[in-house]
Design a protein around this ligand. Structure first.
Ligand code: IPM
Ligand code: MG
Length: 354
C-alpha cells in the first residue's frame, strides 16, 4: 500500500522525535510491504522564523493533499512575546479548523512497566488505567468571538456550540465506547452553561440509538476531582474543547508518562493528524534526550485510523512494549535498575524489534 504522509517536525524536540517515527515507519514499510511518500512542511516557530507566519498556506495545502499528517510539536520561549494571532500555537488551531479535525482522541494508558511513575497510590491503579478522552476540537471557546473594549480594560471570549457540532463528536464517542467497555462519561458544566445544557440533551438523544452503551453525565469540576480520586471509574470520556484540553492533561499525568502518550485528530473520512500529547521541550531540543515513544505510538494510531492497518499498528505497540520489557528507558521514564538511552537509540531499538 502507498501512504501519502505530511510531516511537520515543528519546534524544539519536534525534529528529534519525528526522525525516530520515520525510522519506525521505514521498518513497518519493509516488514509489511508499504511505501510511505513523505513531504515535509513548516509550522509553528520555525515557520515564523523562515516565512513570517505560524501556518503558511503551503503547509495547509500540502496537508490537504496528503492522507495523514504527523506533527512533532510547536512553540517555545523564543516566540512567547508574540501576540495571540502570531504565536506558534496558532498553527495548531489553524490546522485543526482548516482540516476540519473535530474529533480528538487522547488515550491515557498506564504502561505496566512504568507503573511506578504513576503519582497515585498503587491501590488506585491496581489492574491498570486505560482511559480514552474524546475531545471536541474545532468549536467552543477556542473558536468563538473574542476581543477587548476600546479602553482595553475589559475582555471577552465566547463559547458557542451548534447541535450538529455536538452530534458528530458524541456519535464518535458512542462508537468508540461500544467497541470498548460500553461505558461513556459525558463531561459538561450544565449547572451553569447553556452550551452544556444543549450538549447534555444531544447526548441523551443519541443515547437512545446505543442501548448497549451506558451513559453518565458529570460536571467538569467533579470530573477533575474524580480522575485523581478514582480514575478506574472512567473508560471513555467525551467533552467539549476546553474541558477536554484540561482533563486530557490531567488524565495523561496520572499515567505518569506524558512522554508516552499519542493522539489522533480526526474528521468523518479517514484523514487524520497525529501527534504526541507533550510539548516541544526546548530545553532538551537537539540533545538526543527526548522520548520518541509518544510520536512512534502516534504512527500506530495513524496506521489504525487512517490506513486501517490494525496488524501494523499492533506490531508497533508490541515493539514498544518489548523494548520497555527489556529495560530500555529514556531519561523521562528512567527508574532504578533500568538502562538509560537517548532518543535515537530508542527509535532504533523499536524499529529493530519490528
Ligand atoms: C493541546 C494544547 C493546545 C490546545 C495549545 C498548544 C493550543 O494545549 O493540544 O492540548 O490548547 O489545544
Ligand atoms: Mg492542552
Amino acid at each position: 500500500m502507498r501512504m501519502k504522509v505530511a510531516l511537520i517536525p515543528g519546534d524544539g524536540i519536534g525534529p528529534d522525535i519525528v526522525a525516530e517515527a520515520v525510522k519506525v515507519m521505514g521498518a513497518v514499510g519493509t516488514k509489511y510491504g508499504h511505501k510511505f511518500d513523505y513531504s515535509f512542511y513548516l509550522a509553528g516557530g520555525v515557520a515564523i522564523d523562515s516565512v513570517g507566519m505560524p501556518l503558511p498556506e503551503s503547509t495547509l495545502l500540502g496537508c490537504q493533499d496528503s492522507e495523514a499528517v504527523l506533527l512533532g510539536a510547536v512553540g517555545g520561549p523564543k516566540w512567547d512575546h508574540l501576540g495571540g494571532g502570531q504565536r506558534p500555537e496558532k498553527a495548531l488551531l489553524g490546522l485543526r479548523s482548516g482540516l476540519g479535525l473535530f474529533c480528538n482522541l487522547r488515550p491515557a494508558l498506564l504502561y505496566e512497566q512504568l507503573a511506578e511513575a504513576c503519582p497515585l497510590k498503587s491501590e488506585l491503579i491496581a489492574g491498570g488505567l486505560d482511559i480514552m478522552v474524546v475531545r471536541e476540537l474545532t468549536g467552543g471557546i477556542y473558536f468563538g468571538e473574542r476581543g477587548r473594549n476600546d479602553a482595553g480594560d475589559s475582555a471577552y471570549d465566547t463559547m458557542a456550540y451548534a447541535t450538529s457540532e455536538i452530534d458528530r463528536i458524541v456519535r464518535k464517542a458512542f462508537d468508540i465506547a461500544s467497541k470498548r467497555s460500553k461505558r461513556l462519561m459525558s463531561v459538561d458544566k450544565a449547572n451553569i452553561l447553556e452550551t452544556s445544557r444543549l450538549w447534555r440533551s444531544v447526548v441523551n438523544t443519541i443515547a437512545k440509538e446505543y442501548p448497549d452503551v451506558s451513559v453518565d453525565h458529570m460536571y467538569v469540576d467533579n470530573a477533575a476531582m474524580q480522575l485523581v480520586r478514582n480514575p478506574r471509574q472512567f473508560d471513555v470520556i467525551v467533552t467539549e474543547n476546553m474541558f477536554g484540553d484540561i482533563l486530557s492533561d490531567e488524565a495523561s499525568m496520572i499515567t505518569g508518562s506524558i512522554g508516552m502518550l499519542p493522539s489522533a485528530s480526526l474528521r468523518s473520512d479517514n484523514f487524520g493528524m497525529y501527534e504526541p500529547i507533550h510539548g516541544s521541550a526546548p530545553d532538551i531540543a537537539g540533545k538526543d534526550m527526548a522520548n520518541p515513544i509518544a510520536t512512534i505510538l502516534s504512527v500506530a494510531m495513524m496506521l489504525r485510523h487512517t490506513f486501517a492497518c490494525e496488524e501494523e499498528a499492533a506490531a508497533i505497540e508490541s515493539a514498544v512494549g518489548a523494548v520497555l520489557d527489556a529495560g530500555w528507558r529514556t531519561g523521562d521514564i528512567m527508574s532504578k535498575g533500568m538502562r538509560q538511552i537517548g532518543t535515537k537509540e530508542m527509535g532504533t531499538l523499536i524499529a529493530q524489534k519490528l
